[in-house]
Design a binder for this molecule. Structure first.
Ligand code: SF4
Ligand code: ZN
Ligand code: ZN
Length: 314
């Protein structure tokens, strides 16, 4: 099959546009769409200092690679957080990230959940089980990661934090927020949502229009070896997201492009005629840790979870 754009040998079928693409056209297409989304949603400008949260998966590699093609390397810091999960060795992947960022002149900061809260994720999970708490390890992991990223971003003087959530992740989150009946969260998920607390560094998601299968192929074409072993806690992932993922996957297979259309629909639906998002309440501050918390709460979810597990929040 020949590339629909330049006639070279095709390596990829882009189902949602019904195009065949060669290696070069595919890579260029992904990079261009990321850069366009950043510009279109005014995610950041050339002057901004960016903190990229790198997990070691394919998506974070694509984020790092694509953004470093249109943003000065001196204004990018990669942050990697070691969770401390038994049977999940991160050393090899950290070495790879360090090598990659060094080659590109990007500074890297490695930290861990243990450094931040005094216990590794494995230890927190163990403690919470001893206390009879049935929370998924992913809930601790996600909350701690978000907190650590924000605190580091503030300390390192970043103007934005960038996460590697892709299109599939974003659409799943849209449906999670709908099924939970949480319009406030749905609005906060919007790329034009304003900063709701002085303590929050604005978080943006440049890959939000890139399918997971595209990110995987991009990483493969560029020869990046990402962490291949799966986190052993993956079996405890909350089931609602897993069900939505499966359902969206089936829809996408039958009607390619459906996820993209859903996300664009919500992007537009939540804006008024002047292209403005409904005004949102600013976030209150947690009385324990002093970080932003959700509306109606005086103790944040993270402090609450840690306290229940018998860990003193910081
Ligand atoms: Fe964290 Fe869950 Fe992902 Fe493991 S599977 S890294 S616990 S979010
Ligand atoms: Zn081509
Ligand atoms: Zn708190």
């Amino acid at each position: 099959m020949k590339c629909s754009l330049c006639g070279r040998e095709a390596v990829f079928y882009q189902a949602f546009t019904n195009k065949y693409l060669c290696r070069e056209c595919f890579i260029e297409d992904v990079r261009k769409r990321i850069a366009n989304e950043v510009k279109d949603k005014r995610m950041f400008s050339e002057r901004d200092n960016l903190l990229l949260a790198i997990s070691g998966g394919k998506d974070s590699f694509v984020l790092l690679d694509a953004v470093s093609h249109f943003h000065p390397s001196s204004k990018i810091i990669a942050l990697s957080i070691v969770e401390g999960i038994p049977g999940y060795n991160r050393q090899e992947y950290i070495e790879r990230i360090k090598k990659y960022t060094k080659e590109r002149g990007i500074d890297t900061v490695i930290t861990s959940i243990k450094e931040f809260v005094g216990y590794s994720l494995g230890e927190i999970v163990e403690k919470s089980r001893e206390m009879g708490i049935e929370l998924s390890p992913c809930t601790y992991c996600g909350s701690l990661r978000r907190r650590i990223i924000n605190v580091y971003a503030r300390e390192l003087g970043a103007d934005r934090t960038l996460t590697a959530h892709n299109l599939d992740d974003e659409v799943q989150t849209v449906f999670m927020n709908i099924l939970r009946g949480d319009p406030e969260r749905l609005l906060r998920q919007h790329p034009l949502s304003p900063k709701l607390s002085d303590k929050l560094v604005q978080r943006v998601k440049p890959l939000r229009k890139i399918y997971e299968y595209e990110a995987a192929f991009y990483a493969y074409l560029l020869g990046f070896k990402f962490q291949e072993t799966e986190c052993p806690y993956i079996i405890y992932q909350p089931t609602l997201r897993a069900r939505i993922r499966h359902w969206l996957y089936m829809l996408e297979r039958e009607a390619p492009g459906v996820e993209l259309r859903i996300l664009e629909f919500f992007d537009n639906l939540l804006l008024d005629r002047t292209n403005k998002l409904k005004e949102l309440n600013s976030l209150p501050t947690c009385r324990i840790c002093g970080e932003p918390t959700s509306i109606g709460r005086d103790v944040c979810k993270l402090c609450e979870m840690l306290e229940k597990a018998g860990i003193e929040p910081k």
